[in-house]
Write a protein of this length. Structure first.
Ligand code: PMV
Length: 326
């Protein structure tokens, strides 16, 4: 009921995302392919007379800005990061002395590799912009959300905030000097995936830092994996545009081998992939930073996959990306 009425009630929204290919490698300038999941996070701000409050009831988070956090928090680390993020957003928007009540309604879990933190930032910036009539354009929204991502994990590629702001199916590349090349990938055919949730939180900051530290020790091996991923991304871009997607599951599975070699898979991800395979799925990989989070599964027949995952205690849902209109 609330979600359906969002548009009329002044709610703002942001996309979550699935990364089809290229997570981690994208931090090192390799091209990634990702797709936005529309309306994954919604937010609405109203002016208030008491100290500002940010609430995400579905995640058990409620922060006030009188200097304290309440004890309704699910996870202290998330709470502290959300707090710092909102201090940054208020500073960037010039709202440090303004008071507001910001409610955030997610339809995705957090720390699941679906870009929730960037989407919270984008939806919140849009909600505050609407409430205080700041009239921010998407470029500015994206730039502030990138700063939030930097706070969250130091060296983000920018793919999460960009997908969250603009959505669509895109190839994304950020050079080591910071230039971003983002291109729309017009789908020749409808695309759908099952997303399986490990239920284990994946913490992007730690995983990205670990890959960085390990790459410093074994640069040649890591760079060889990244160059394999670059090749996979190019092939995926071509087949999405040609509509000849029969080989897509194999490419996703090849990307998973690379991610395993980077050390960012985990038992739950591997179990989900095994269950999906046993239920007839054609291929799949982790999506996002890994070490938990979500798994992207390509399956012509999705129902047996949902069933096999549910039977083993894993939640799943479907994401669909329609072919571009010609
Ligand atoms: O786990 P997520 O949804 O934050 O995705 C992170 C993607 C990485 O490539 C691992 C990091 C990045 O900044 O691109």
């Amino acid at each position: 009921m609330r979600l359906d009425n969002c548009a009329q009630e002044g709610w703002q929204s942001a996309c979550a995302k699935v990364i089809l290919t290229g997570e981690h490698a994208v931090v090192y300038g390799i091209k990634a392919v990702a797709a936005g999941i529309p309306n994954a996070i919604r937010a609405r701000a109203v002016k208030s007379t008491i100290p500002s409050v940010v609430r995400i009831p579905a995640w058990g988070l409620a922060l006030d800005f009188s200097g304290s956090r309440n004890n309704d928090t699910e996870d202290d680390r998330s709470a502290s990061l959300v707090h710092q993020t909102f201090v940054l957003i208020c500073r960037e928007l010039g709202l440090v002395h303004d008071r507001f009540d910001l409610e955030i309604v997610p339809s995705i879990p957090h720390a699941a590799g679906l870009g929730a933190s960037a989407a919270v930032a984008v939806a919140s910036i849009r909600a505050l912009s609407a409430c205080f009539k700041l009239d921010l354009d998407d470029e500015r929204v994206n730039a502030i959300a990138f700063e939030c991502e930097r706070l969250a994990h130091g060296t983000p590629s920018g793919i999460d905030n960009t997908l969250s702001t603009y959505g669509g199916v895109v190839s994304y590349q950020r050079s080591v000097t910071g230039e971003v090349t983002m291109q729309s990938v017009p789908l020749a055919a409808d695309l759908s995936f099952v997303v399986g949730l490990t239920g284990k939180k994946g913490y992007t900051a730690q995983t990205v830092a670990r890959v960085r530290a390990e790459r410093e020790q074994e640069t040649a091996r890591y760079d060889a994996i990244f160059s394999e991923i670059a090749d996979i991304s190019e092939q995926v871009i071509n087949i999405l545009q040609s509509g000849d997607t029969g080989v897509l599951p194999t490419l996703l599975s090849r990307n998973q081998v690379c991610l395993r070699d980077l050390g960012v898979s985990c038992d739950e991800i591997e179990e989900i992939l095994m269950l999906a395979d046993g239920a007839g799925a054609e291929g799949g990989k982790l999506t996002g930073s890994g070490d938990g989070g979500a798994v992207l599964i390509s399956a012509v027949n999705a129902d047996p996959v949902h069933f096999a995952l549910a039977e083993n205690g894993y939640k799943s849902f479907e994401v669909q990306f329609p072919a571009a209109k010609t």
